[in-house]
Design a protein around this ligand. Structure first.
Ligand code: GTP
Ligand code: MG
Length: 329
């Protein structure tokens, strides 16, 4: 069976709503990146050096990242030789397969949250200003609540004016309580309070907001470490996840932010927001390949159900939906 047919089958095992989210969220990237690939494979008569050079440019233009692109191109060249592929059009499926391969190739890719079977699961959100931490917490609270879990949110951003209120608005919208203190108070004290409240109420999950930070390593370390220390002290083994939120529209800059954060704290997963707002959705692949931290969620819009578990197959389908759907039955 052809790769695209297999992909179509895999996708059809999930609900259409999920497929639709990925498809509409990736529209900009599809219209730019996939159109270019499509144009390329129809323009060339044979697969040669010039073909690969153009492909390389397209991939780099989609923010796949230079190192990742080089690896991909090598893999593609190998595959072309091995299968003796002459017709560029055959490469469209091979390219898609290799893109998925970046995620599937390694067995420890894990998009599930590390949820505790019993007791409280604490999830800490970190990242620079404006990337979508607070919004992501609101969306995730909604998702977890609809799965039947009892959720609390901690207003750990005591720094930015309006930050606490913003979380409270989300709390009202999704029906989840927010534990807070006055603006300007110590974030670590808020976390302490929130953990006591979560314990007292037997909550399943505590989602902890933090202030957007500059990429200043020393301050970053100090603040985050203090918050983490309090959480660790109150609940051994917590925080169970430290999710670094990255804005996809910042491209390679987001990748460098991620590297700084990874050095400063144990990041267990990435939330890549605003994928819907960029034509350069290839950044998902660069993150996996160059950071070795899994993308656990992607933000595909601003509404409460626009946060989706990252799924490499849905992602690639979203990129090439037009081509996949045009495949004969
Ligand atoms: N289109 C789109 N917008 C998003 C997404 N996620 C967040 N946003 C928007 O990004 C903006 C910033 O989001 P916040 O959640 O306030 O970001 P933050 O990281 O908490 O920012 P600070 O608290 O200032 O550090 C808001 O306008 C959100 O609606 C997404 O997946 N798609
Ligand atoms: Mg915020």
């Amino acid at each position: 069976m052809s790769f695209f047919k297999k992909l179509k089958e895999t996708i059809s095992r999930q609900t259409d709503a999920v497929t639709e989210k990925f498809k509409s969220g990736l529209e900009k990237t599809r219209n730019s990146f996939s159109e270019k690939v499509n144009d390329l494979v129809y323009r060339y008569r044979k697969v040669d050096e010039d073909f690969f050079e153009e492909l390389e440019e397209i991939l780099i233009g989609a923010d796949v990242g230079v190192a990742t692109v080089m690896e991909l191109i090598d893999q593609l060249k190998e595959e072309v030789q091995r299968r003796n592929i002459q017709d560029p059009r055959e490469l469209q499926a091979v390219i898609s397969e290799k893109l998925i391969g970046i995620y599937q190739g390694d067995e420890d890719f894990e998009n599930e949250l590390n949820m505790q079977d019993t007791g409280l699961t604490v999830i800490l959100f970190v990242g620079v200003n404006g990337v979508g931490k607070t919004t992501t917490i609101g969306k995730l609270a909604h998702t977890l609540k609809s799965e039947g879990k009892s959720v609390l949110m901690a207003a750990g951003d005591t720094f930015r004016a309006g930050a606490i209120e913003q979380l409270e608005v989300w709390g009202e919208r999704v029906g989840v309580d927010v534990i807070k203190q006055a603006s300007g108070s110590d974030p670590a004290a808020v976390m302490y309070d929130a953990i006591q409240a979560a314990k007292a109420r037997n909550a399943d999950v505590l989602l902890c907001d933090t202030a957007g930070r500059l990429q200043n390593k020393v301050n970053l370390m100090k603040e985050l470490e203090k918050v983490k220390r309090v959480i660790e002290r109150e609940i051994p083994g917590a925080p169970h996840e430290v999710l670094l939120v990255i804005d996809a529209t910042t491209g390679q800059n987001g990748l460098s932010q991620a590297k700084t954060f990874r050095e400063a704290t144990d990041v267990t997963g990435i939330v890549l927001t605003k994928l819907d707002g960029t034509a350069k959705g290839g950044i998902v692949l660069a993150i996996r390949n160059e950071l070795n931290v899994p993308v656990k969620f992607v933000g595909l819009g601003e509404k409460m159900d626009d946060l989706q578990k990252f799924d490499p197959e849905q992602y690639v389908y979203g990129l090439f939906a037009d081509v996949v759907e045009a495949q004969p039955e």
